[in-house]
Design a binder for this molecule. Sequence first.
Ligand code: ATP
Length: 238
Amino acid sequence: MLVVRNLRAGYGRIEALHGASLSVRRGEIVALVGANGAGKSTLLKAVAGLIVPWHGEILMEDRPIAGKKPPEIVAAGIGLVPEGRWLFPPMSVRDNLVLGAYLRLRRGDKEGVRQDLERVYELFPILAERKEQPAGSLSGGEQQMLAMARALMSRPKMLLLDEPSTGLAPLLVEKIFDIIVQLNAEGITFLLVEQNARAALTIASRGYVLETGRMVLQGRAQDLLDDQEVKRAYLGKD
Ligand code: ATP
């Protein structure tokens, strides 16, 4: 579904990705793990159109999308849930959700947007309870749910999640990961960037390890969980 080939990208004159490649097949959860600053967010930003890659190819369902603007990439079926969530704190939960369907509203799909609001409220009942409250008043876990729900409002085929577990208590991390598994069973494909490599590889079918801008390892998630080097560098004790 998504193919990234030999991607180079960076900021100013600093190259953060030195020719990274990965692929995600329809229906998969693929984990991208690596240390702080390895370039994971840069890869997601390049796929989502937030930065323009310097070199390389990005294909979504065989169509080139590298260098395209974010709305075109959303229209191609890719949704990004960025690190830090990027919500609009003074706006209500509901209005944040409706913003996620901006492109569809512009096309006049009011009824579809209304149905999708109902669907995300079913998936995240806490958001229904808080729909009139400002997004900024939600807890960290609730804001993460809102960010995911907002991305779902564009009806993506694939979601790019950047560090969904950051700053969350273990129980909430579990909840967020359960929801990822549930959405995956409903047909959404995931590329999941995580510092919490163990949690990510546990729900993923395959994984990639990025180190200072280069893919150094890839394979079945279970094989990576069993790999001595991955254990030592990314999984800690256990
Ligand atoms: P983290 O988990 O800390 O977000 P990451 O693997 O996602 O790490 P990136 O955020 O992609 O890593 O960063 C890759 C490199 O690019 C790092 O050296 C980082 O300092 C640099 N970098 C990231 N964003 C910017 C920016 N806006 N301007 C300049 N350099 C940046």
